[in-house]
Design a protein around this ligand. Structure first.
Ligand code: FE2
Ligand code: FE2
Length: 224
């Protein structure tokens, strides 16, 4: 019987395959140098994830599976938000406004404006954001202090499930009565994968949880 650890390993392997690209080591190096910004932006991401889930609940009140999944997801993201805030307080890191990275806006530009593909595209983006978050937690874990390591490890399981929930909801939308079908769905996933990979692997002046390749100016290149 697979153990919980094996199951998590398998989920991580699946979502890394879905992403199609791994976080560049230069980003990990930069994150270790900018842990305060990492935590502040992480808190923003958790809050934004809860807000996105609630927006979907308001926009699509007739979709019962979506409501159930998004309601649970929003609550979990807010718990994560509380947990990051508490950790920041213990470390003397002040929470406040921080301009968002280019990542989410870059993906949302691709969302089409008519239904049902508007919802399908939005849900596919949800899957990518959750998968990338999970992959980045896993990439950081080996290098973090004991407390942060334990916290990020505790997040892996729920973020991997969030990825799966978004992907399943998107596929259900694609294969529903008015949906474009499964082939069109995977073509769309491929298009988003291309954009996501570009955002993660091209130079980015601003360091954030979902930022791209750190530029030399931000001190990322140190040969690690
Ligand atoms: Fe979360
Ligand atoms: Fe999540």
């Amino acid at each position: 019987m697979p153990t919980a650890a094996n199951h998590l390993e398998q989920s991580l392997a699946e979502l890394t395959a879905f992403l199609g690209s791994s976080t560049p080591q230069a980003w990990v190096t930069e994150a270790l140098k900018q842990q305060d910004i990492l935590l502040i932006d992480h808190a923003h991401c958790e809050k934004k994830a809860a807000s996105t889930a609630m927006q979907l609940m308001f926009r699509y009140p007739e979709k019962s599976t979506l409501l159930t999944k998004m309601s649970r997801l929003a609550r979990e993201e807010l718990i994560h938000f509380d947990q990051v805030l508490r950790l920041m307080q213990e470390r003397g890191v002040t929470y406040g406004h921080l301009p968002a990275s280019r990542y989410a806006a870059g993906l949302h530009k691709m969302v089409r404006t008519h239904e049902p593909v508007k919802l399908m595209d939005t849900l596919i983006i949800g899957a990518f954001v959750e998968a990338r978050s999970c992959e980045r937690f896993a990439a950081l874990i080996p290098f973090l202090d004991t407390e942060l390591k334990a916290f990020y490890r505790s997040l892996l399981k729920s973020e991997a499930r969030h990825y799966q929930d978004y992907l399943n909801l998107a596929l259900a939308e694609a294969t529903g009565p008015k949906g474009p079908g499964e082939t069109a769905f995977w073509q769309r996933v491929e298009a988003f994968r291309g954009k996501e990979t570009e955002l993660i692997n091209t130079p980015d002046k601003q360091f954030r949880f979902h930022s791209g390749l750190p530029t030399v100016a931000s001190g990322a290149v140190d040969g690690e």
